[in-house]
Design a protein around this ligand. Structure first.
Ligand code: BGC
Length: 393
């Protein structure tokens, strides 16, 4: 089973250069003709479409490409609603793939327990012991993470084939019907996700869902970012800022204790820009529980116009700002990455070579009366948006 905490082997990536990180991007076959005429190293490309053309559960899967006027490209497959790759310009204008992915669906399936790039549902992150009570009735869902349920259960939204409609060159709509009692959750849940790439180099993910019975919903995207380029080394020198004064500490199985603790004076304080690596090895019980950062941040009051997190790749100069309507952010520093999978470009998914910023409601909310509710009722619409915006510093 994945999620066994591995003792970190720190390899500080001080030796990397822009040139080396670009070389890591050159292996995949391109389905575009994008080349970089200003440097001798090739720009990153998305994987070839062929690796995504399959039939799974009797449904066709494909790679869909969104492209904006700046040449930014997002590759998304309807298998799991997965973001396969995201090409954005670095400080020299060279396209860099900032999302860890594979050259085909099989790669994603093999690494399923890591949820690379996937849409997560019906409930993002953990539900303690796979149980919750709603309207006086106890529901049992599949436990796939020790005693707990993680990211939906045995076959979450990440492992299902969605119906896809490419609306235009920058917009993809994905829909999925999660049937009543699928994985143990009540209610037929109709879900729609829209991926939109804007000319401001934003990837906007809009989520919508309706149900015919009271249920719980918590949707997110599980992309693993490396802003120096996927496969370019550890994430430890990435500079991170998170607009959160509090976080939800966890027990040893990563279930929130129910408390909201201040980040001040702890390694969890990212209210001022700090590198991921600066405190990740500190002798702190919570850092130890997560094997690094694997915690939900309680975001300060915000609206979608203000970034709740900003990350800068030290080598590439690529800046990512995260905007969301959600109250929480799971900051996960790839502590369970073990180098078992070969990613696009030929490198391994080594320990802490990427990070995730999963916008969400707090983990285990169905069992935590003090946390914002994740209950969705018939007649109401679950509607939320998250934006990942890219620029250079
Ligand atoms: C969880 C981690 C887990 C990872 C991949 C994150 O959202 O918090 O504990 O290992 O997803 O499954």
């Amino acid at each position: 089973m994945q999620n066994t905490i591995k003792k970190p082997t720190l390899t500080l990536a001080i030796a990397g250069t822009i040139l080396m990180s670009a070389c890591n991007q050159t292996a995949p076959k391109s389905n575009t003709s994008m080349t970089d005429s200003t440097t001798t190293t090739a720009a990153a490309t998305l994987p070839a479409a062929a690796g995504f053309e399959k039939t799974i559960d009797g449904k066709p899967t494909k790679l869909y490409i969104l492209k904006n006027k700046n040449g930014v490209e997002a590759g998304i497959t309807n298998y799991g609603g997965t973001l396969v790759g995201l090409l954005v310009p670095d400080k020299d204008g060279k396209l860099t793939d900032v999302v860890v992915g594979f050259d085909g669906i099989e790669g994603f399936q093999k690494a399923a327990g890591s949820y690379y790039g996937a849409t997560i549902g019906r409930y993002g992150n953990r539900i303690a012991k796979g149980k919750f009570t709603l309207d006086g009735k106890q529901y049992s869902i599949f436990t796939n993470n020790g005693a707990n349920t993680l990211h939906g259960g045995k076959k979450g939204f990440d492992a299902n084939v969605w119906d896809a409609k490419q609306v235009d060159s920058t917009t993809l709509e994905l829909t999925y019907l999660s049937k009543d009692m699928e994985e143990g959750y009540p209610g037929n849940l109709n879900v729609k996700i829209t991926y939109k790439l804007t000319d401001d180099n934003e990837l906007k993910i809009s989520y919508e869902a309706t149900t015919d019975k009271n249920t719980v919903v918590n949707l997110t995207n599980h992309s693993y970012f490396n802003l120096n380029g996927a496969g370019s080394g550890t994430n430890l020198e990435h500079l991170v800022q998170i607009d959160a004064d509090g976080y939800t500490p966890v027990d040893t199985t990563l279930i929130p204790t129910g408390k909201i603790e201040p980040v001040k004076g702890t390694p969890f304080d990212f209210t001022t820009p700090t590198t991921i690596g600066a405190r990740i090895e500190e002798d702190n019980a919570q850092i130890k529980a997560g094997g690094g950062y694997d915690h939900n941040y309680v975001l300060n009051k915000h609206d979608i116009s203000k970034p709740i997190a900003t990350v800068i790749g030290d080598k590439s100069g690529i800046k990512m700002e995260v905007f969301t309507e959600e109250p929480g952010l799971q900051f996960y520093t790839g502590n369970f990455m073990q180098g078992k999978n070969t990613i696009l470009g030929g490198k391994k998914d080594d320990h802490r070579t990427a990070f995730a910023m999963e916008t969400q409601h707090y983990p285990d909310s169905p069992n935590q009366p003090n946390f914002p509710s994740t209950v969705l009722k018939p007649g109401a619409v679950y509607k939320t948006q998250t934006i990942y915006k890219f620029s250079v510093k």
